[in-house]
Design a protein around this ligand. Structure first.
Ligand code: ADP
Length: 325
């Protein structure tokens, strides 16, 4: 190996470290260094800073007078986690919002899409009601909601109730726009699915290919039967099950804090087991959770006891994410 080769190898290693592994194909010819830089997921500012640092480092190397950096944008791959339920009102949106907030607290770069386009509730849950996202080219730029979570919801795009009249293709198209928004710096996208097993769910599963799904159910048997239908939809589409969350499990007395279980305990966990699914945790029925949620203050963002069940679920989801890489 000649001295020239050694130089370029060492330089290319330094450039790789400087760029956090984003550079490749460094070559020197006629005192000109060419290299490829993957700028996917970087903001304009970050990109400028990085290019400048690379140019400076390369120019300081002996024998290099010119630097040409080809910037490419490898499609930043986002891991989609769908949160689904067999029917409405089981707290799927509440779980989605708080799962996003709790994952962010664990250091996951997380965003949230409200795919419940006929009844979007994320703007209220994450205090971004009435805000309108901007666009860059064809992409919608997410809004930052409570807990600084980047998010997009149909509720940000249309007046309340307007989407109700939409037919399947229009709704699916709208959902696509949310999922394909400008999710720079987001690695994991939580998608709050509409309840049930209709066209939007199918389109979501087929077009956007979630890496996994979290099913939310209440302890009542009926909801579990519905949950089974939701499970089947994802299983048929070969979307891996992350696990089941039991919401409104037991009642925490607001006066004495004593838990009670009007629907019995352990049903959802047993059901998860019988379906071969992981059980991710249970969230009690608590007036404080409802009040904080209605006020746009996700309980997972707080320091109160209400945060803990959501954090425990997020830890399990985070473990699952790590087991995927
Ligand atoms: P879904 O998305 O399944 O329709 P939501 O998340 O919108 O359900 O929840 C329905 C209602 O139940 C909301 O008013 C919400 O605040 C309330 N809720 C959800 N989970 C809990 C809980 N664990 N304790 C108390 N209220 C809850």
């Amino acid at each position: 190996m000649g001295p020239h080769m050694t130089d370029i190898k060492a330089l290319s290693e330094r450039l790789s470290i400087l760029s956090q592994g984003r550079t490749s194909a460094a070559k020197v010819r006629d005192a000109t260094l060419t290299l490829v830089l993957d700028v996917g997921g970087l903001s304009r500012e970050e990109r400028l800073v990085m290019v400048e640092a690379l140019e400076k480092e390369a120019r300081a190397a002996p024998g290099i007078s010119e630097v040409r950096i080809a910037q490419t944008e490898e499609k930043h791959s986002i891991t989609i986690i769908a949160v689904a339920s067999g029917k409405g009102g089981v707290g799927k949106s509440t779980v989605s919002a708080n799962l996003a907030v709790a994952l962010a607290q664990l250091g996951v770069r997380v965003g949230l899409v409200d795919a419940d386009i006929y009844g979007p509730s994320q703007p209220r849950l994450l205090a971004s009601e009435g805000r309108r996202p901007e666009t860059e080219g064809k992409q919608i730029i997410p809004i930052h909601g409570a807990g600084n979570i980047p998010m997009l919801s149909m509720g940000h795009l249309v007046e309340p109730g307007q989407a109700i009249a939409w037919r399947g293709p229009m709704a699916a198209n709208a959902l696509g726009q949310l999922v394909d928004g400008k999710w720079d710096n987001v690695d994991v996208l939580i998608v709050d699915m509409p309840p049930g097993t209709g066209d939007i769910q199918l389109s979501m599963v087929q077009k956007h290919k979630p890496a996994g799904v979290v099913i939310v159910s209440t302890p009542q048997d009926l909801a579990l039967i519905d949950a089974t239908r939701a499970v089947n939809l994802f299983e048929q589409a070969a979307v891996p099950m992350i696990g089941l969350v039991e919401n409104m499990a037991g009642y925490l007395c607001p006066h004495c804090g004593e838990p009670s279980d009007p629907f019995g305990t352990g049903g959802a966990e047993a059901a998860a087991k019988s379906m071969g699914m992981a059980f991710l945790g249970r969230i009690p029925l608590s007036i404080d959770i409802r009040k904080a949620s209605d006020a746009g203050q996700p309980p997972a963002a707080g320091k109160d006891a209400e945060a803990e069940p959501f954090m425990a679920i997020a830890r399990r989801v985070s473990d699952w994410l790590q087991s995927q890489t």
